[in-house]
Design a protein around this ligand. Structure first.
Ligand code: ZN
Length: 320
């Protein structure tokens, strides 16, 4: 084994933990993802490294899979105790270049336009990780990130593979033994595929395409949960899940509906939509939206513009 796994806590997040992988590099050590900006996670990172006999200053490289809080916000903490080169997928930060206020407004307006009650859209902004970890995110934006390209060979025996979908610039890292999959492929849950304020970005279309890029008979080392024994098997399960969901979205669209109404009608593994907390409601709305965008792109539904946007089924064809 040429790498080790640290399991860092995610206080206040349902997922419970994030896996940070430690790889050997020519000039020290590299980390795949860093963790959440909290006291518990910072302590756990330092203790984990110590147990491996690694001084923080031995960390010379950081490769993050995507910009989400649980993967990246501990970056500045590490920058204070070490001087690693920070790497991220090309284009990952392009939709967050504007101010937080602007971004927050764009999200709230979009969700309202898609039928979400104002209280859902606005409550979301207060509890969104970007607000909760705002200071850490501001520090993250200040770091000079080296952007890695699809297929680029990196130090530490890694190769970057661009896998947009969960985020616009999500990147996985291939090593001899398998793939560090980030949130692109997880062993038990399906990663959230949601709308991004990025014109022309069709998240589900990109995601399904990105799944194909790592449909290989090898092991997966995810950011959450245990090792995936065979990526092909798990990728096929995820493809099946989304194809079934596309069919379900088509089948609930008996009359024109908003994205919010579609989200309420879909069956969710976590239970009925009405019992979700506001955060999971927003996830569900985003998920319904990404499926509707996909169906629009393949000509099966169309958007009816208005003060509130509705979707109409325009073909009896099925999605697959
Ligand atoms: Zn994520």
């Amino acid at each position: 084994m040429t790498f080790s796994r640290l399991r860092l806590p995610l206080p206040g997040m349902e997922l419970g933990h994030v896996n940070v992988y430690v790889v050997k590099c020519s000039d020290g050590y590299g980390l795949i993802d860093i963790g959440l900006a909290t006291y518990e996670a910072a302590l756990s990172l330092l203790r984990g490294l110590k147990a491996l006999g690694i001084k923080p200053s031995d960390v010379t490289k950081v490769y993050v899979t995507h910009y989400h809080a649980d993967h990246i916000t501990l970056a500045q903490f590490l920058a204070e105790v070490a001087s690693p080169d920070f790497h991220i997928g090309e284009g990952e930060l392009r939709h967050v270049a504007s101010s937080f206020e602007e971004l927050a407004k764009m999200y709230a307006e979009e969700y309202k336009k898609h039928g979400a009650p104002a209280d859902v859209a606005e409550a979301f902004l207060k509890i969104h990780p970007m607000s909760r970890y705002r200071k850490a995110f501001e520090d993250v934006w200040k770091i000079s990130w080296r952007q890695v390209r699809d297929g680029e060979k990196l130090d530490c025996g890694l190769k970057a593979v661009s896998t947009p979908g969960h985020t616009p610039g999500h990147t996985v890292y291939v090593i001899e033994e398998g793939v560090f999959t980030g949130d692109h492929v997880l062993p038990r849950i399906t990663p959230n595929i949601s709308w991004y304020p990025l014109p022309g970005f069709n998240p589900l279309k990109e995601y399904l395409n990105s799944l194909g890029k790592i449909r290989i008979d090898t092991r997966g080392f995810p950011a959450h949960g245990e090792e995936i024994a065979n990526l092909t098997t798990r990728v096929d399960e995820l493809l099946k899940h989304h194809h079934e969901r596309l069919e379900e979205v088509l089948s609930v669209l008996s009359v024109p509906m908003t994205t919010y109404e579609v989200a309420k009608k879909i069956t969710w593994d976590a239970g009925p939509f009405d019992q979700f907390d506001v955060y999971n409601k927003i996830f569900a709305i985003g998920e319904a939206y990404s499926h509707l965008m996909y169906l629009e792109d393949v000509g099966l539904v169309e958007k009816i513009d208005g003060e509130v946007i509705r979707w109409r089924r325009v073909s009896r064809r099925t999605a697959v």
